[in-house]
Design a protein around this ligand. Structure first.
Ligand code: AHM
Ligand code: MG
Length: 334
């Protein structure tokens, strides 16, 4: 019988440790912990249609057990996995107003901190549409052994050590970068392992997909309206209108565009004058991955990764895609 070899996420992480000659394995252990938590969350998401775990947090299911909304479950799962790893001194998540700081001896001495959206697009779960987890890893600025400060969390995206996302879709994938390219791993349910399926992901130089919630059209800045008009014409390079694709789940929209070539836009609107998406745990990690795959992320005129955050849950307009598509957009923005 023919045997075949798959590279698991853990094998890959350990092999890649050699990229960082002075690494002591801390980042590897942290990424490993994220992989484990992702598998737990995946298991729960897959059961979402079977057991009564949909609905508001704190509801009681038929068995009389307290059931948590999946985004609360995911939040707790990632926090406990990262705490148990001992490699993280604190974490900022969409679910928590304040930072969560770990004060056991091991964690206080850890050199990394994490910003994450544990379950992005969670309203899609109820209708069986893809959701995701987005994470971003930074080296702390404060001394190890001390309580991390707010400045540790408010670093610009260009300081990220690693970033990634998990997409819980028709299959479950984990995609991450440590600043040396982007690699994707598909969860093999029979092995229970993430296996390398998309080595060295490079986004196409350009594409014909645009992703935006066009229902907000009337509130968009003029430049974005001009861009949408541009995509709908038979322009010189594509000789056909572009294709509109919008799931309403950032990870899923970005993942498709990354592989196929497309631009994702979340502009400011009247309801959300700063845009909707969060800089620290949605835009920065996605921006880092985009850049590592040959793309770019901007807030309009400024590179997302250059922005110095002022607060944990800061929002920003967000445009991400291949460099050429972003250039077309920027040439039309005021
Ligand atoms: P969430 O973090 O509350 O889930 O919101 C973020 C989501 C993104 O995944 C998605 O791209 C966007 O919100 C969709 O927003 P809209 O419904 O306004 O188009
Ligand atoms: Mg989100």
């Amino acid at each position: 019988m023919q045997s075949y070899h798959v590279t698991t996420l853990n094998e890959f992480i350990i092999a890649r440790q050699a990229d960082f000659p002075y690494a002591k394995g801390e980042l590897s252990r942290l990424l490993y912990a994220i992989g484990i938590a992702a598998k737990m969350v995946n298991k729960k998401i897959n059961k979402a249609g079977l057991v009564d775990i949909l609905g508001e947090s704190g509801e009681v299911n038929v068995q009389g057990e307290e059931q948590k909304k999946l985004d609360v479950f995911a939040d707790e799962q990632f926090i406990s996995a990262l705490k148990a790893s001992g490699e993280v001194c604190g974490i900022a998540t969409e679910e928590n107003d304040e930072t969560v700081l770990f004060d056991d001896d091991l964690s206080r001495d850890a050199k990394y901190l994490v910003c994450m959206d544990p379950l992005d697009g969670s309203s899609n779960i109820d209708v069986n549409v893809s959701v995701g987890t987005i994470f971003s890893i930074y080296r702390r600025l404060s001394d190890r052994g001390t309580k991390p400060s707010m400045d540790d969390f408010l670093q610009p995206g260009k300081a990220q050590v690693a970033a990634g996302y998990v997409i819980y879709g028709s299959s479950t994938m984990l995609v991450y970068t440590t600043g040396k390219g982007v690699n994707g791993f598909t969860l093999d349910p029979s092995l229970g392992e993430f296996c390398l399926s998309h080595p060295n992901i490079c986004t196409p130089e350009t594409g014909i997909i645009y992703s935006i919630n066009e229902g907000n059209y009337r509130y968009f800045p003029e430049g974005v309206k001009k861009f949408i008009k541009y995509t709908q014409e038979e322009n010189a390079s594509t000789r056909r209108p572009w294709t509109s694709r919008y799931i309403g789940s950032l990870v899923a929209d970005f993942h498709r565009n990354l592989l196929k070539g497309g631009i994702y836009l979340y502009p400011p609107t009247r309801k959300a004058p700063e845009g909707k998406l969060r800089l620290l745990y949605e835009c920065n990690p996605i921006g880092f991955i985009a850049e590592q795959a040959g793309g770019k992320a901007v807030n309009g005129h400024e590179n997302i990764l250059e922005i110095s955050p002022l607060s944990l849950h800061q929002r920003t307009p967000f445009y991400v895609g291949p460099v050429k598509m972003i250039s077309v957009l920027q040439s039309l923005l005021d």
